[in-house]
Design a protein around this ligand. Structure first.
Ligand code: FAD
Length: 479
């Protein structure tokens, strides 16, 4: 065994060996690498939601296996990150900690404090960007400020950012002393009593991420611009949780799309559409880094004077997928069953909560935070504020999604609603998205008893729309 002090590789949301800048740099030192994960929810900002905990559990197991296959070992610790890092430094004589940065403000500040404290004790802390195409703060307007509008931001990002070379990580890890490591089972990240995750059809980890990307680029990417709006089809990449947990680098997704286009497998336009969506992820992260308040305060302050309603019954009907609007209920049930919801439907259910029910977007954001496997502070807040009309580059508030016509347009053949709202499965396409309009004999033949087998609408669309527009008129535009 080598006597050289190891370099601590502090894994966080970069749970991969390929394209991992901190790992590459640690490897380049020629010293043994000590891979560590510290479960420290107290100082990183917001505690993990249930679905995120589920994912983390599996992703750490996958990373552990991948390291073991290369002779390494993932050390697991739980508690205050700085205390645990100091313990490891003491136990091993390590004098360097390498990490990929987290850009959420609370985590970023916590990391800066740790780096400062360890540096003062002679430990070299080195941080890299493995999470985003570009470090927040590096894409600026002509006058040096942050972009608040997506299109010019994305243009500037793409003009300045360059893909780093693809790397696979070290083939072999040098052994490091046998250190105490916690048992992942003891962390109880997987739900029990009840185990609500039985429908979670995901393969967390780097291999799962690579497979998702390859399935996508060799299939749906070719028709992405159309398919991405059809929730009944598997037409998007489903990379969001893999990207969130850093199981794949965003550059990998971008270069895979570009490669598919340059080999003539897909058109440039389809590849660009997909890359623009990765751009929205980037925009969200940069916005949050610049405007930390957007997780709980309206970006446009006047929207915080909206006369939100407190209606626990309606909120609960929304959460459980029992609003009486089939496309909304299908989305909320897909979320509960699988930990994910199609983007088009996320917009519909968010609009329904905010506008039809006039319930504060922060309630929806919190539910998504707990139930999404891709729950991400930046993307979640940015998108909720986009729908609420209060965001930086948001949809205007008065544009209110009609859940009936949205269903008819984007789930024309009813495949999505029939899958997630099986009690309506036998209702014909004509009535599926508005079952209360169906004649009694049609409902009877389809086995639907409104108010019994499926709820009646909890609000009436036209009245709810009017109430939402009146609320908009009442907000204080001088704020
Ligand atoms: P694809 O269509 O394959 O897109 C590729 C990647 O681009 C995604 O994996 C994602 O990283 C990124 N992306 C796509 N659309 C967006 C978008 N609108 N904003 C930011 N990034 C995007 N996404 C999250 O990752 N975490 C969240 O917590 C989250 N909350 C959302 C809340 C609401 C109310 C809405 C309307 C959207 C939210 N999104 C969130 C964005 C989007 O719905 C998901 O990223 C997308 O559905 C993931 O599926 P996919 O990987 O198949 O996407």
């Amino acid at each position: 065994m080598t006597t050289e002090p190891p370099v601590i590789l502090w894994f966080r949301r970069d749970l991969r060996l390929a394209d991992n800048p901190a790992l590459e740099h640690a490897h380049a030192t020629g010293r043994p690498i000590l891979p560590v994960y510290v479960l420290d929810e107290a100082t990183e900002g917001r505690p993990l939601g249930g679905a995120s905990s589920w994912w983390l559990d599996k992703s750490l197991r996958a990373l552990s296996r991948a390291l073991a296959e290369r002779g390494g070992r993932l050390v697991l610790r739980r508690g205050d990150a700085e205390t645990e890092l100091r313990r490891l430094i003491q136990e091993t004589g390590a004098d360097a900690v390498f990490l990929n940065r987290l850009f959420e403000p609370a985590a970023f500040a916590r990391d800066a404090d740790i780096a400062h404290a360890l540096n003062a004790d002679g430990v070299n802390v080195k941080g890299y960007n493995g999470a985003l195409l570009c470090r927040p703060g590096s894409v600026r307007t002509g006058s040096g400020g942050p972009y608040k509008v997506f299109t010019p931001f994305f243009r500037a990002l793409m003009a300045s950012a360059e893909a780093p070379p693809h790397t696979l990580g070290p083939r072999q890890f040098q052994p490091v002393p046998n250190l105490e490591s916690e048992d992942l089972d003891d962390w109880r990240l997987h739900p029990t009593l009840p185990d609500w995750s039985t429908g979670f059809d995901w393969t967390p980890g780097e291999d799962g991420a690579r497979e998702a990307l390859s399935r996508f680029t060799s299939g749906p990417l070719g028709d992405y611009a159309r398919l991405r709006d059809i929730p009944g089809q598997n037409g998007t990449s489903r990379l969001s949780p893999h990207l969130h947990w850093g199981e794949i680098s965003p550059w990998r997704a971008v270069t895979a799309a570009r490669d598919a286009a340059s080999r003539g497998k897909v058109s440039e336009a389809q590849a660009e559409k997909f890359i623009a969506e990765i751009g929205w992820r980037e925009f969200s992260a940069h916005l949050l880094a610049e405007f930390p308040q957007i997780t709980d305060t309206a970006f446009r302050p006047e929207y915080d004077t909206m006369p939100w309603r407190k209606d626990e019954g309606a909120l609960e009907a929304w959460r459980r997928g029992r609003t009486g609007y089939p496309i909304v209920d299908a989305g909320m049930r897909q979320l509960w069953s699988t930990g994910w919801m199609h983007n088009r439907v996320r917009m519909i259910v968010a609009s329904f909560l905010i506008k039809h029910l006039l319930i504060d977007w922060r309630e929806g954001e919190a539910w998504f935070w707990d139930t999404l496997v891709d729950a991400d502070q930046a993307s979640n807040a940015q998108n909720w504020q986009w729908v609420a009309g209060s965001g930086a580059d948001a949809a205007p508030y008065f544009r209110i999604f009609n859940p009936i016509t949205q269903g008819q347009k984007f789930d024309e053949d009813g495949r999505y609603v029939r899958l997630w709202v099986p009690e309506l499965a036998r209702l014909g396409d004509r009535w599926l998205h508005a079952p209360w309009t169906a004649p009694p004999e049609v409902l009877r033949d389809a086995g639907v008893r409104l108010g019994h087998t499926y709820p009646r609408p909890i609000v009436e669309h036209d009245a709810a729309r009017k109430r939402a527009l009146d609320a908009l008129k009442s907000i204080d535009k001088t704020k």
